[in-house]
Design a protein around this ligand. Structure first.
Ligand code: FE2
Length: 182
């Protein structure tokens, strides 16, 4: 199974600069882009995706995750309701700052999902019937589509905050439809 796929994204640097300009350096868990910010990000990314992948999609959400130094995220599956109706199966992750030492890992095993008891951003709780088994670990240090419908988490192994912009699309862009980077 594929867990991630890297792509070339010409406007990555422009997006990085924009996102950094929206962060005041203080720690928060996430910044959800809305209104004109979301429109701006959407117009740039949609143009790039059309050019690079030949796909016509709309940006659904753009969230910059700000993971504090040495933060280890709980294992989770993204989504609000356990059935994951209309939930995205992939996200395009764009490294913004300090992503070189914050690997993302995916896990296999037998589990079922329930609503998260904690009010966090779109996380479903994983109830394991078997011991989770590490499937793959990857440093996301360039624009990468990642699976978010199977158990995963990130681990910030550095002493500084890690900023990662995560974008979801309608329609969902499936990994098998993305050509390998040339
Ligand atoms: Fe996630």
């Amino acid at each position: 199974m594929e867990y991630f796929k890297e792509i070339n994204l010409p406007s990555w640097t422009i997006i990085q600069e924009f996102c950094l300009s929206k962060w005041d350096g203080s720690f928060t868990t996430a910044k959800i882009f809305a209104d004109s910010d979301l429109e701006y990000i959407g117009s740039i990314i949609e143009h790039d995706i059309a050019r690079v992948l030949g796909m016509s999609v709309k940006v659904k959400t753009a969230i910059m995750f700000i993971n504090d130094a040495n933060f280890v995220q709980d294992l989770h599956v993204d989504g609000f309701d356990p059935a994951r109706t209309n939930a995205s199966n992939t996200a395009l992750n764009l490294p913004i700052l300090n992503c070189e030492n914050g690997p993302m890992s995916w896990y296999d095993g037998d589990f079922f999902l329930t609503k998260s008891p904690v009010k966090t951003i779109k996380y479903l709780k994983i109830n394991w019937n078997s011991k989770p088994k590490l499937a793959v670990t990857k440093i996301i240090n360039r624009p990468t589509f990642v699976k978010i419908n199977i158990p995963h988490h990130i681990e910030n192994q550095s002493d500084s905050p890690r900023l990662m912009l995560s974008i979801r699309f309608v329609k969902d862009i499936l990994l098998e439809n993305i050509p390998p980077v040339s």
